[in-house]
Design a protein around this ligand. Structure first.
Ligand code: NAD
Ligand code: UDP
Ligand code: UDP
Length: 313
């Protein structure tokens, strides 16, 4: 007999995982955080380590894991291009072997399982904004492929375990998300620009800055995770979770400069290969199925994020 829900969060010491663990602990779940600390840190979850309903375990999801749980959030995977391209074979293993192990665990225990998929499954999209029905435009052999194709294969595995073994799955396609607890050296655009602006360093625009992204604040995203996990068994996803407000990278740089009052200059660096030109979620499915939409807009979210990074200097 157990009284509270036992929830496993893989990648729980990372940016999104640590926010998720905090919310689950606050609502009284019994949380097991499993992480190999590749990009995550104990600092992100330091406030939770003395809570009786939180447990931290060093574990690499490419290896089997035998624990008894009711729900699994599978977030383990580096998310920044700099990090996922550092050891691309390990990135694919993390997505694919990690998914197989977590799905095997869900199959044995009967746990409900959530997958942190990504807008990268759409690649460099030729349909804009992207609905879930779009199959994507992904280079299978480029430098981003370890992440994009690894996540696509993980989705395939989730749906095959659902069809073949009746698993209760929830697949979220997450669009660019930012906020406190991103690693200052994470390499993604929001943390890079804020750190550069606060230090007075040049702001590195890759390419001409005309490429766009749609930025979601972390608190909104975690609301979406919890709402998706709580849907009826018939809801499997994939469901886009993101903020549809789209900005060019140049507009983002200008906003960060204005909000920090920085004197940083803008410099143009080469555009990385296969960098998607545009990205914006169609969130009609999330609105209809989860009653969810983001409420925190870029300026407000950037202010909290800038505040967090200023305290780290
Ligand atoms: P992050 O790098 O901060 O967190 C990833 C976590 O996974 C880290 O704690 C890392 O140490 C851990 N990890 C990596 N490989 C592992 C392995 N083999 N075994 C165990 N742990 C491992 O990134 P994030 O932004 O928090 O992303 C979390 C998840 O959400 C990832 O799966 C990512 O693909 C997905 N996602 C994030 C975004 C975003 O904008 N933040 C967008 C789309 C998808
Ligand atoms: N697995 C795990 N924990 C479990 C059950 C399974 O990590 O509690 C892993 C194990 O490595 C296994 C994989 O999940 O190989 C897939 O499990 P499944 O039952 O689908 O396949 P099989 O055991 O036949 O390989
Ligand atoms: N980018 C940039 N400068 C940076 C980091 C990133 O101009 O210092 C650009 C990058 O080329 C991409 C966008 O910002 O077009 C978002 O990059 P990020 O790595 O945050 O996420 P992703 O490309 O995975 O969406």
């Amino acid at each position: 007999m157990h009284l509270r829900k036992r929830v496993l969060v893989t990648g729980g010491a990372g940016f999104l995982g640590s926010h998720l663990c905090q919310r689950l602990v606050e609502r009284g779940d019994d949380v097991l955080c499993a992480d190999n600390f590749f990009t995550g840190t104990k600092d992100n979850i330091i406030d939770l380590t003395d809570k009786p309903n939180f447990e931290l375990m060093r574990h690499d999801v490419t290896f089997p894991l035998y624990v008894e749980v009711d729900e699994i959030y599978n977030l383990a995977c580096p998310a920044s291009p700099v990090h996922y391209q550092h050891d691309p074979v390990q990135t694919t293993k993390t997505s694919v072997h990690g998914a197989i192990n977590m799905l095997g665990l869900a199959k044995r225990t009967g746990a409900k399982i959530f997958q942190a998929s990504t807008s990268e499954v759409y690649g460099d999209p030729q349909i804009h904004p992207q609905p879930e029905s779009y199959w994507g435009h992904v280079n299978p052999v480029g430098e981003r492929s370890c992440y994009d194709e690894g996540k696509r294969c993980a989705e395939t595995l989730f749906f095959d375990y659902h069809r073949q073994h009746g698993l209760n799955i929830k697949v979220a396609r997450i669009f660019n998300t930012y906020g406190p607890k991103m690693h200052p050296n994470d390499g993604r655009v929001v943390s890079n620009f804020i750190m550069q602006a606060l230090r007075g360093d040049a702001i590195t625009i890759f390419g001409d800055g005309d490429q766009s992204r749609s930025f979601c604040y972390v608190d909104d995203l975690i609301d979406g995770f919890l709402a998706l996990m709580d849907t009826d068994d018939a809801v499997t996803g994939p469901v886009n979770l993101g903020n549809p407000n789209e900005f060019t990278i140049l507009e983002l740089a200008e906003k960060v400069i204005a909000l920090t009052g920085s004197k940083s200059e803008l410099v143009n660096n080469p555009l990385p290969s296969d960098d998607p030109l545009q990205r914006q979620p169609n969130i009609d499915a999330a609105k209809a199925l989860l009653g969810w939409e983001p409420g925190i807009q870029l300026e407000e979210g950037l202010k909290s994020t800038i505040d967090y990074f200023s305290r780290m200097l």
